[in-house]
Write a protein that binds this ligand. Structure first.
Ligand SMILES: CC(C)(COP(=O)(O)OP(=O)(O)OC[C@H]1O[C@@H](n2cnc3c(N)ncnc32)[C@H](O)[C@@H]1OP(=O)(O)O)[C@@H](O)C(=O)NCCC(=O)NCCS
Length: 159
């Protein structure tokens, strides 16, 4: 059975999370792992929206460089959208910014590419809806996502 195509706009997500003392070291710097947890969560939401069910796992997360520190009391602003799909796997791009309420400024913290795989009720990888590529930007992201996926699979010894 072929699945109906969905546009990246149908599944995109944004969230803002205030950083608390338990998210940081004694100097007030937020842990990288806390940021990655929120990256993983929002990427999962996008993937679940795209596939239309909740059985999705993270197969890979590309390297992420933290460009600027995030401190207790800042907010993390995460935006996520799907770039590319194969048969059962999807690439979701997550951009992370930090918002400083003292200065009223936002700074880019980094970008992560997350690969998620849809599973069926037996835990086997299952087909996902194709992507409806309506804009030049959608097409560009798809083609760049395809190249990154090839590289990722080569590095994982899967190609
Ligand atoms: C992801 C997982 C389901 C893939 O299992 P698998 O036995 O390799 O399954 P398959 O060979 O059928 O591959 C399924 C899809 O995963 C993709 N995939 C597998 N490993 C990958 C990797 N390292 N990077 C990117 N994609 C990967 C395959 O390319 C395939 O995609 P496609 O159907 O779109 O072509 C399996 O490795 C797993 O369950 N990992 C743990 C996931 C998890 O629990 N994550 C939370 C953190 S532990």
């Amino acid at each position: 059975m072929s699945l109906n195509a969905k546009s990246p706009q149908d599944s995109q997500a944004e969230t803002t999370v205030l950083m608390m003392p338990s998210d940081a070291n004694p100097m007030g710097n937020v842990f990288g792992g806390v940021i990655l947890k929120h990256v993983d969560l929002i990427a999962g939401i996008v993937a679940k929206r795209h596939v239309g069910h909740p059985n999705v796992v993270t197969a890979a997360m590309d390297r992420m460089t933290f460009l600027k520190p995030v401190f207790i009391g800042n907010a993390l602003v995460l935006s996520a959208r799907i770039n590319y799909v194969r048969r059962s796997s999807m690439e979701v791009e997550v951009t992370v910014e930090s918002e400083d309420y003292d200065s009223g400024t936002k700074a880019r913290t980094g970008t992560a590419f997350v690969t998620l795989v849809a599973l069926d009720k037996h835990g086997k990888a299952t087909e996902v809806p194709p992507l409806l590529l309506e804009t030049a930007e959608d097409k560009k992201r798809f083609s760049e996502g395809e190249k990154r996926m090839q590289q990722r699979l080569r590095e994982a010894g899967k190609l």
